[in-house]
Design a protein around this ligand. Sequence first.
Ligand SMILES: *Cc1c(COP(=O)(O)O)cnc(C)c1O
Length: 296
Amino acid sequence: MQNIHFDNITIDKIDDAVYDKENIAVSVLRLDKIHPVISGNKWFKLRYYLEEAKAVNKKNILTFGGAWSNHIIATAAVCKTNGYTSTGIIRGEEPAELSPALMMAKEMGMNLVFISREDYSNKIIPEQFINEEYFIISEGGYGFKGAEGAATIADFFKKENYTHICCAAGTGTMTAGLALACGTQNKIVAISVLKNNLEIEKQVCLLLPDKKPNLEIIHDYHFGGYAKLKPELIQFMNMLYNKTSVPSDFIYTGKLFYGINDLILKNYFHSGSKLLLIHSGGLQGNASLRKGTLIF
Ligand SMILES: *Cc1c(COP(=O)(O)O)cnc(C)c1O
């Protein structure tokens, strides 16, 4: 895989007097630094699908996403740098003006195909794409290969150094991957960024052999739903950056950092806990915010 800079990954400690007082250590695994576009968890989720496509000699990758999807951008970028063609089945009618994410995907050569929300939710693929040439990856890279790929995120930290591994969850594929990698050694705490997506527990467990994983999915920090926000989220992201120089995005990692901070204040974690927060990238998502909203 070209252009992915694993050497850039660091583990940054977050210093905070309140965390010290509670005797909680907080660090961040900076997967956002591996690539400006294929950032964070997306490359990890895609890696084994691409290997499989190669093994079965398929050069055309087809996948699904909404107008703000980081998975769509990452798939477009990965395909471009590795000699695959990419097709994105996009939820909803073609807008007059493409979102920044779709614009980026298109610039990287992805063939964007818009289908109605109804067809999308019924998983109806336009007929011309139902043939053997296409290798299909489901929305968000959800599936066993996605989870196995996400499990390799754990190669970049020492499990014994932490009690909890915390991440943002969309489809839950990364959450499942971390649970696969960590077993019972670490508790996985995932902040779901969708509103009341109570299906996610089931979706995560479907990807795990252990049906009682050491993990909890928290549903209290979606700020109104997927890609929704409130002023206090933006304020928190700016404050975090000011204090630590760690940038975050308002769709995923901002909600993760906010949620974990709030859980610490509410004594969710016992004294002596050592937390590793997965910075899963996604910073390009901030391009849809009005200029000047964020200080970074
Ligand atoms: C896609 C994404 C996630 C969610 O990953 P899932 O495996 O779908 O739960 C988290 N963070 C960022 C930055 C993402 O782009």
